[in-house]
Design a protein around this ligand. Structure first.
Ligand code: DX5
Ligand code: ZN
Length: 215
């Protein structure tokens, strides 16, 4: 277990994005989590490739790009060119998930698979050896500031067992409703990376909150 924090810029102040990134650069944040929404796969639209490119010029931390879009395989090289380091695609959005993961790796990024709350981790058995990160959604994707779904803990435990059975490092990342009250329990349950949006940017002192989330 690694105890990494990936603040989600979805909850940042977009008018002061440069300052927000400088704050994260100087903090204990490990990755910057960027949520890409297309208004089709999820009922919301966030920001796209030019914004990722601008962020990558300023960021000193790896960019963890979470694609909530249909046909993610069409944009793999574009996100690589924009500066993505980890690229995660939804299981539910990929007809050819195995090929998609291979293409992400061939493009030079770490490959992530994201599961919606209703999708069982058991479906990952065949692709786990080709996966660097499994991102478990602990809310339904599309919006920040939602309530954590407690059943996620069962999925973490089951996934931890599956990963322990294969001879490969696969990180477990959890996204949605993560806060100061549940972070320690999630790390304890075997999570490596916690995404936190509103808990970080909605707090009085985001730098301190990032530190507290790790403790
Ligand atoms: C939701 C996004 C999350 C979101 C998390 O679809 O994937 O990354 O920003 O926000 P919080 O931490 O506020 O639940
Ligand atoms: Zn996300």
């Amino acid at each position: 277990m690694k105890k990494m924090i990936a603040p989600s810029l979805l909850s940042a102040n977009f008018l002061e994005l440069g300052k927000e990134i400088d704050m994260l650069n100087a903090s204990e944040a490990d990755w910057m989590h960027l949520d890409i929404m297309d208004g089709v796969f999820v009922p919301n639209i966030s920001f796209g490739i030019p914004v990722v490119k601008a962020i990558s010029k300023r960021s000193k931390k790896p960019l963890d790009v979470h694609l909530m879009i249909v046909n993610p395989d069409r944009y793999i090289q574009d996100f690589r060119d924009a500066g993505a380091d980890i690229l995660s695609v939804h299981y539910e959005a990929c007809t050819h998930l195995h090929r998609c993961l291979q293409q992400i790796k061939e493009a030079g990024m770490k490959a992530g698979v994201v599961l919606n709350p209703h999708t069982s981790v058991s479906l990952l058995k065949e692709v786990l050896p080709y996966t660097d990160v499994v991102l478990l959604m602990s809310v339904n994707p599309g919006f920040g500031g939602q309530q954590f779904i407690p059943q996620t803990f069962q999925k973490i435990a089951a996934l931890r067992n599956m990963i322990d059975e294969i001879d490969k490092e696969v990180l477990i990342e959890v996204d949605g409703g993560v806060n100061i009250d549940n972070a320690a329990d999630l790390f304890e349950a075997g999570v490596d990376v916690l995404v936190a949006g509103s808990a970080v940017f909605g707090s009085k002192n985001p730098t301190e909150t990032i530190k507290l989330l790790k403790r």
